[in-house]
Ligand binder design. Sequence first.
Ligand SMILES: [Zn+2]
Length: 489
Amino acid sequence: MEIIKFPDVDGVEIHINHNPSPPPPVAEHAKRRVCYYYDSSIGNFYYGQGHVMKPSRIKMAHHLILNYGLYRHMYIYRPFPADYDDLVKFHTDDYITFLKQAQPENLKTLNKQMVKFNVGEDCPVFDGLYEFCQLSSGGSLAAAVKLNKQKTDIAINWMGGLHHAKKAEASGFCYSNDIVLGILELLKYHQRVLYVDIDVHHGDGVEEAFYTTDRVMTVSFHKHGDFFPGTGDITDIGVGRGHFYAVNVPLKDGITDESYKSIFEPVMTKVMETFQPSAVVLQCGADSLNGDRLGSFNLTLFGHGNCVTFFRRYNVPLMMLGGGGYTARNVARCWTYETSLAVDVPVSNKLPHNDFFEYFSPTFTLHIDPSNAQNDNPPEMLDRLKEAVYENLREMPAAPSVQMQPTGPDVINLEELEQARLDNANPDERLGDEITDNMIVHGSDLYDTDKDGDDRRNEQSFKPPENPTSQQDRDGDTEMVDLERPVQN
Ligand SMILES: [Zn+2]
């Protein structure tokens, strides 16, 4: 893909990813570079007793991913937490200031603001709430920067995908909208970004943020009808310049893998042909799986994962994000399986031993079975929905013209940060991806020649050195401290 560099406009460079032809489907098993963003503290956040949202599910997924050995096939990074300035690129100052201040201990003094920002019951104030937002959003921002720099083909952040958060309001267990922030970052380099949402709930926060623009197309498949958040009707298609650039596919209970595929694939094929995005963001909410505590679809990992495979086949930068999912063991299963699809390494149905093994009782398998629930989505209904979407897509100009606005500098200036961090490198401090980017050796390199001794670094990432005796050893350790060690978590 060619990058056109525009001349300075008021000292700000504009980059456009010039991709004049539709991204062609490529070989299904073509190699893809995959980056994965994770911070080991994410699993320690706790929404409160009885709350269905459990960040520990991300840690469960991570352990399965490690114990299946998938880390050998991708780069693993701990992202920089998003800071205040990053978060207010979408959210309002007073909302983010509130999130930063809110503590379980000072709620009484913030009563008025809690009502204003919809924080309380569904979206409680918990210990470390702001840090949680920083990690979730930091992962998606880092993923966007990496994709923009064309240093990866697929970037995964299971800590993200929090699609309900609004500009100045928490909603549906979401506080900061990492997806909107990530897409805004992608827009610095990409003319058109496609957002696809397969969570059982409507992706309302993302849709709303881009409802009036033709540079982001949002497509949401979700349960509709007496179900949170209540929006996402087939007739909601965007306004102003964004008219026809929002797509909603409202579904009913019990949809099976086969039914889902029968509408997802034709609709998304048409969207890809018509919109021709140069980057895709896929929200992989796992509450659309059978057996979810809140959802009522009947998908298995195969039906859900087929959406990942679908986009992997296109030669287009892809960001994969988490989202909902309230039966934790199935969320872990789903995102592990989808990580395996991203790196294209088949994994056994028999689960490897891991810290959460007993949670997968009684089957101890990766895959789940569908139920015999009734499918309330007959083929005729799906055909009608398809036809309605096609009709709108026909109204859309084939390759929308884009008036580029000057954009700000990258959220992370790779070169500057890298130099600054290297200058101050301390073996006891973690380094961000700006540095490890250049230093991490791909795990699969272990299988190739080990002449330069880089295999030592890889091993240290999962097995601490017995006795680091030299500065050289400690330096080697430093670069990898952003990697998780299964035994410690
Ligand atoms: Zn959901």
